[in-house]
Design a protein around this ligand. Structure first.
Ligand code: CO
Length: 218
């Protein structure tokens, strides 16, 4: 198969996909071309094994998606911040899901004494999580389990970062119904799992990271 055939196959797949959608709902593209109304914002890893909408059984229009290497949400990254702002303020999402995954190459690289290129500077965010959590993580004997444990903790730290943005805190101050979740995708089973992090108010985050006072109820 030549390179052109590889690409031609994608167009062929796309034509089949569009025809199937239209067969089920002749108005599908007319409606979705006008507006999107996603309830969820997904922030996940770029890894090709985790197609966000597919694993959750969602349709086009259901979920706003941002993916980067190892699902990192630094407060200085305008890319992820712009996605969060647009999702929260213009699309009105009610859930922000930060989903890590087991066997994450980014997390693995962040635990090694080796250089991979520019990406090492991006992965420094995970190295910092490793540094903070090293005592607990080093108690785990199996190497892959240590990597997977760091992937879980990374998802929680990144969810915390999202809670610490002015965007999310402003939404909460306005009384918006918005919850930030940390999940992990178990690639061994194909299942997503909750990590016990579901935050939906200013009062749930550490006072030091609050940029607004909690309004006293009258
Ligand atoms: Co990954």
């Amino acid at each position: 198969m030549s390179e052109n055939d590889d690409i031609e196959e994608l167009f062929e797949n796309n034509r089949r996909w569009a025809a199937k959608i239209l067969e089920e709902d002749p108005r599908a593209f007319k409606d979705s071309a006008i507006k999107q109304n996603p309830k969820y914002l997904w922030i996940g890893c770029s890894d090709s094994r985790i197609p966000a909408e597919k694993i959750l059984g969602l349709q086009p229009g259901d979920m706003f998606v941002h993916r980067n290497i190892a699902n990192i949400c630094p407060h200085t990254d305008f890319n992820v911040l712009s996605v969060i702002e647009y999702g929260v303020n213009y699309l009105g999402v009610e859930h922000i899901i930060i989903c890590g995954h087991y066997r994450c190459g980014g997390v693995t690289a962040a635990m090694e004494t080796a250089q991979f290129g520019l990406v090492d500077n991006w992965l420094r965010h995970i190295r910092d999580v490793y540094f903070s959590e090293r005592e607990e993580i080093m108690k785990i004997e199996d190497k892959q389990k240590r990597i997977d444990a760091l992937a879980e903790r990374n998802a929680i730290y990144q969810a915390l970062n999202v809670c610490h943005t002015t965007i999310v805190q402003d939404a909460w101050a306005k009384g918006r119904n918005l919850t930030v979740h940390a999940w992990i995708f178990d690639v061994y089973k194909g299942l997503v799992k909750k990590l016990g992090f579901d935050v939906s108010s200013l009062g749930q985050i550490d006072e030091i990271y609050r940029t607004l006072h909690i309004k006293e109820s009258p």
